[in-house]
Write a protein that binds this ligand. Structure first.
Ligand code: SF4
Ligand code: SF4
Length: 365
């Protein structure tokens, strides 16, 4: 595609290129310091980030796009939807234990994976396309232009940048909501020295609704717009490496990687449109994994099965730990042999969770 260099058409050219590459939304904002700074710093001071110490270490940098790219004038936010008509609303369904529910479940014990992780690793899928866009934007800006792109891993507060650009509003569950795509989308951004006119942010549209707060199984949404990551199943099953607080384990049900409950109940998802890009990279439709199979995985098996999916982030020990909790929550004695074997696991966290699961099942027998 030949770059269009007239200033008035720059935004339209970026939008067109983004759409051709599979991005569903594209919006523009300035590279000024984020207005959410006081809220973010208070959230950190309260310790809500749990063990994600990197957030506090890089707090000032995260709030200022120019600390990432000196001379930056514009941030461009992109959304890629992972809403998919083949992915039913499963987060609220009670799993029917004893009957195979996954595409290849033999044991009958299944654990649930969050929707976003039912696709190949989005960093790779979106990252490749974002690189093309970064080049495109830099060419539009001409000689001396600098641009960098990130996919959900940038050193800036991407959600807040995207909100200011008008990609959506932040719901009480603290995720971004777009009127067309609900809350099922990935965010990516480009920070560039090219100057472009900012779009308008959207104001919050939650009204009096508090469905996400009431539905959260662990009470992690401590107040509207305030997430206590230390109680959040998403954080506990993905980012957190240690021993899951015992009082939270029974509340996790069968969730072994992430949690969609606060998203599933949000009324803004009722009409969420599907995107096309991620559907071509789906590896599971129902998001259910055979828990006994997970307990039996070794490192090479884990890499072969999940190496190019977001599940790799939890690492093998994390996934086994989560599977132990889910099996303990079934209360089903048929899970005991596999769990008892795992008590001998060389990983202390896995071993402790296996012991907990065995005890929980025995108590309920
Ligand atoms: S992801 Fe799950 S645990 Fe975390 S806030 Fe939402 S509903 Fe609660
Ligand atoms: S469930 Fe209701 S309160 Fe929560 S984010 Fe959605 S609209 Fe807002």
């Amino acid at each position: 595609m030949a770059p269009d260099t007239t200033t008035t058409n720059i935004k339209a050219a970026v939008r067109r290129c983004a759409a051709e590459l599979g991005f569903d939304l594209c919006a523009f904002t300035t590279a000024d310091v984020l207005e959410s700074a006081p809220h973010f710093l208070r959230w950190l001071a309260e310790g809500n980030q749990g063990e994600m110490a990197y957030l506090a270490r890089s707090a000032q940098r995260r709030l200022d796009p120019r600390s990432v790219l000196p001379g930056a004038r514009t941030a461009i936010a992109f959304a890629v939807s992972y809403a998919d008509e083949l992915l039913p609303n499963t987060a609220l369904a009670v799993p029917e234990q004893g009957r195979p529910a996954s595409e290849s479940c033999e044991s009958g014990f299944t654990g649930l994976v969050a929707r976003y992780a039912r696709f190949e690793d989005y960093h790779a899928v979106i990252g490749k396309r974002l690189e093309v866009l970064v080049d495109f934007v830099s060419k539009l800006g001409g000689a001396g232009t600098e641009s960098i792109g990130h996919v959900d891993s940038g050193p800036v507060l991407e959600r807040d940048l995207a909100r200011r650009a008008g990609l959506g509003f932040v719901g009480k569950h603290t995720n971004l909501i777009n009127r067309m795509f609900g809350n099922w989308f990935f965010i990516a951004e480009i920070i560039t020295t090219v100057e472009m006119e900012p779009d308008r942010p959207e104001s919050n549209r939650c009204g009096t609704c508090r469905r996400c707060i009431d539905a959260c199984p662990t009470g992690a949404i401590a107040a509207p717009f305030r997430l206590d990551a230390r109680r959040c199943i998403s954080y506990l099953t993905i980012e957190f490496r240690g021993s899951i607080p015992a009082e939270l384990r029974p509340l996790m049900g069968d969730k072994i990687f992430g949690c969609d409950v606060c998203l599933e109940v949000c009324p803004w998802n009722r009409l969420a449109k599907s995107g096309g890009l991620m559907s071509r990279h789906r590896w599971s439709t129902n998001g259910r994994l055979d828990l006994i199979e997970v307990l039996r995985l070794d490192e090479s098996g884990f890499r072969a099965r999940f190496g190019n999916t977001p599940i790799a982030r939890a690492k093998l020990a994390g996934l086994k730990r989560n599977a132990c909790v889910a099996l303990g929550n079934t209360g089903d004695a048929r899970a005991l042999p596999a769990l008892e074997k795992l008590i001998m696991d060389s990983n202390a966290v896995v071993s402790e969770h296996a012991r907990w699961a065995v005890e929980r099942i025995r108590q309920r027998m």
